[in-house]
Design a protein around this ligand. Structure first.
Ligand code: GLN
Length: 544
C-alpha cells in the first residue's frame, strides 16, 4: 500500500521576521525526533526563479544547495536543523511555477485547454510539493509559505494549500505563526492582530489548526483562551513561543506545549515519543559554553539604511557558533564594515582585540580596499584568518601586492586592465557573461578538492578528499601560482583535475592560521555535525 504522506503548511500572520522559518524547522526537528521521515519546502512568492540574482542587502544570504540551487536562507535552517541536504525540489518561487506551466502549455501538455491562473497554477504548486515529498519518501512534509497571509502574491499558494486539504482532508495541517505585540504605552499583550490574521486566513478558505504565538514573553492562560475562542483553535493547540536566547532552543520550547503530539493527533499519525536527546546534547553544549571568543566578520553588506544587517552572513555566523559550542566557547561576533577602514586606516588597530577574523564571500568593488587592508593587518599581526570565497581571492591579491610587490595585482572583477590578474574569470564563465547569462550560471554546488599532505586544512579535515559547496565566477589565475608559491603561499587544496586552486594558506611556522577557501564551508555546518574547518579556526582563535 502506498505510504500516507502528511503535509504541514506553515504560514505567517501579522508580520514577517518573527521566526516562521525557525518555527518550521523546529516542527520538522520534533517530528523527525519521533522517528518520522521529514522533508521541507520553502515557497518564496517573488517572480525571480531563484535568489541568485538578488542583491544581498535586500534579500539576505543566498544559500547554496549541493546541486547548485541558489535559494533563500531558510533552506539553510532546514539543513541545519534536520542535519540533511536538500535539493532544488525543495525550493519554489512564483517564477518557477509559472515558468513550468508556460513550458507545459507550449508543449501542448494541456491538450488544447484554456490554461488558467486558477486552478492550473495551484495545481503545479501541489505537484511540486508532492514531488518533493515523494523524492524524500517523507512521512511528513513541511511547507513554509514565505511572507505573510493577506499579501496579494501569497494568494496562489494559500489556494494550493486549500486545494490539497480538500484532496486529502486528513493529511494536511495548518500552522499559523503569529505575533503578539505588547505596546509600551499599553503595557499589555494584545491578541487582536492575531485575530485579524486568523480571519484573513479564513478568507482564503483555510482554518489554522495550530497557532504559534510569538511574543516577548510567555503567553498567559487568559490570552490563550482569547485566541482560542476568537481564532477557532483548540486552546491546547496554541503554542506559546516567547523570545529565546537561541534559535536552537525553539524545538525544546515547542515541546513544552507538546506540539509534536498535537500535530500527530491532527494528522492521524501514530502516537510516538519525542526524543530530542541528541538535540539536547548540543543545546547543553551551548548552555555550558563559557570560554570567551571574539570573532570579527569584516564584510561589505552590512549597511541597510541606519541598520546593521548581519543576516547576509547567517550561515557563517551559525557555523562559528556551532564549532565554538563544541569547543566550550561562547563566541561574540562583531560585524565590521570594511568601508570604515577605507575612510580611516588607523581604525584597523581594533582588529587586535579579536581572536579571529573572517572575510566572507562577496561581489564587486565597493569595500574591497578596506578588506585588502584588513587581510594585510591580520597577516602581519598573526591574527587567525579565515577567508571565504572572495575572502580567499582577496587574500591572494593582498599577498601578491605586498609580498611579491605586484602593486596593481587584482581580480578581473574589479580591474580588467591590471597587469597582474592574479584572480581571473574562469574560462566557461567568460562566455556566460558575454551572453548575459547570469541566472544560476556560476560555478555552483558540490565539487571535490584534494588536500595537500601536511597542510593546515588536511589536518583540520583529517581527509585527503573533501566535497564542499561553491558559488563563484572567478578563480586564482593558474599563470601565477608558481610565483606565489615560491614566495610562501601554499595552495593546499586543488580541484580533482589539479587545475583550480580551492584553498590557499600560509605555513604554520609563519602564521598560526591564515587560510582562504574558494568554497563556502558555512553551508555544511550543522548543530549535530560541526564543520571541521570552522572548528580548526575556532581552536586557533582560542589559542591566541
Ligand atoms: N566575486 C567572486 C567570484 O565571483 C567571489 C564570489 C563569492 O564570494 N561568493 O568569484
Amino acid at each position: 500500500m502506498a505510504k500516507k504522506r502528511k503535509y504541514i503548511f506553515v504560514v505567517g500572520g501579522v508580520m514577517s521576521g518573527v521566526g516562521k522559518g525557525v518555527s518550521a524547522s523546529s516542527i520538522g526537528t520534533i517530528m523527525k525526533s519521533k522517528g518520522f521521515k521529514v522533508t521541507a519546502l520553502k515557497i518564496d512568492p517573488y517572480i525571480n526563479i531563484d535568489a541568485g540574482t538578488m542583491n544581498p542587502t535586500e534579500h539576505g544570504e543566498v544559500f547554496v544547495l549541493r546541486d547548485g540551487d541558489e535559494c533563500d536562507q531558510d533552506m539553510g535552517n532546514y539543513e541545519r536543523f534536520f542535519n540533511m541536504s536538500l535539493t532544488r525540489n525543495n525550493y519554489m518561487t512564483t517564477g518557477r511555477v509559472y515558468q513550468e506551466v508556460i513550458r507545459k502549455e507550449r508543449n501542448l501538455e494541456y491538450k488544447g485547454k484554456n490554461v488558467e491562473v486558477v486552478p492550473d497554477i495551484p495545481r503545479e504548486v501541489n505537484r511540486r510539493i508532492k514531488n518533493a515529498a515523494h523524492d524524500a519518501d517523507a512521512d511528513v512534509t513541511i511547507v513554509e509559505v514565505g511572507g505573510t497571509i493577506g499579501e496579494y502574491q501569497n494568494i496562489i499558494f494559500l489556494e494550493a494549500a486549500r486545494m490539497l486539504k480538500i484532496e486529502h482532508p486528513r493529511d494536511v495541517a495548518f500552522v499559523m505563526v503569529s505575533y503578539l505585540p505588547t505596546p509600551s504605552t499599553v503595557g499589555e499583550m494584545k491578541t487582536k492582530p492575531t485575530q485579524y490574521a486568523a480571519r484573513t486566513l479564513n478568507g482564503a478558505g483555510i482554518q489554522a489548526d495550530v497557532i504559534i504565538a510569538r511574543s516577548g514573553v510567555s503567553l498567559d492562560d487568559k490570552r490563550k483562551e482569547k485566541i482560542a475562542v476568537f481564532c477557532n483553535v483548540l486552546a491546547k493547540n496554541i503554542i506559546s513561543a516567547p523570545d529565546a536566547d537561541s534559535i536552537y532552543d525553539i524545538p525544546v520550547n515547542f515541546e513544552k506545549d507538546h506540539l509534536g503530539d498535537h500535530l500527530s493527533e491532527i494528522l492521524g499519525l501514530p502516537k510516538r515519543k519525542t526524543d530530542l536527546s541528541e538535540w539536547m546534547e548540543f543545546v547543553n553544549k551551548k548552555k555550558n559554553a563559557k570560554k570567551e571568543l571574539n570573532i570579527a566578520v569584516v564584510g561589505k553588506y552590512f549597511d541597510s539604511g541606519d541598520f546593521v544587517l548581519s543576516d547576509v552572513y547567517i550561515s557563517v555566523i551559525e557555523a562559528v557558533k556551532i564549532s565554538s559550542y563544541y569547543a566550550g566557547a561562547k563566541p561574540k561576533l562583531s560585524f565590521l564594515n570594511s568601508k570604515d577602514f577605507e575612510k580611516d586606516k588607523s581604525k584597523l588597530s581594533v582588529l587586535k582585540d579579536y581572536d579571529g577574523v573572517i572575510v566572507p564571500g562577496g561581489f564587486g568593488e565597493s569595500g574591497v580596499d578596506g578588506i585588502v587592508e584588513t587581510i594585510k593587518f591580520v597577516r602581519e599581526n598573526k591574527i587567525p584568518y579565515l577567508g571565504i570565497c572572495y575572502g580567499m581571492q582577496l587574500m591572494v591579491i593582498e599577498y601578491a601586492r605586498n609580498i611579491l610587490g605586484w602593486k596593481d595585482a587584482n581580480t578581473r572583477e574589479i580591474n580588467p586592465k591590471s597587469s597582474k590578474l592574479v584572480v581571473d574569470i574562469m574560462h566557461d564563465q567568460k562566455q556566460k557573461l558575454e551572453a548575459s547569462d547570469y541566472g544560476n550560471s556560476m560555478r555552483l554546488g558540490d565539487y571535490t578538492a584534494v588536500l595537500k599532505e601536511g597542510s593546515i586544512v588536511r589536518k583540520a579535515y583529517g581527509e585527503e578528499e573533501i566535497v564542499e559547496r561553491h558559488r563563484h565566477r572567478y578563480e586564482v589565475n593558474p599563470l601565477y601560482v608558481e610565483e606565489l608559491e615560491a614566495k610562501g603561499l601554499i595552495f593546499s587544496g586543488k580541484s580533482k583535475d589539479g587545475t583550480l586552486c580551492e584553498i590557499a594558506e600560509l605555513s604554520q611556522s609563519e602564521h598560526p592560521f591564515f587560510v582562504g577557501v574558494q568554497f563556502h564551508p558555512e553551508f555544511l555546518a550543522r548543530p549535530l555535525a560541526p564543520h571541521k574547518l570552522f572548528s580548526a579556526f575556532v581552536k586557533a582563535g582560542l589559542n591566541k
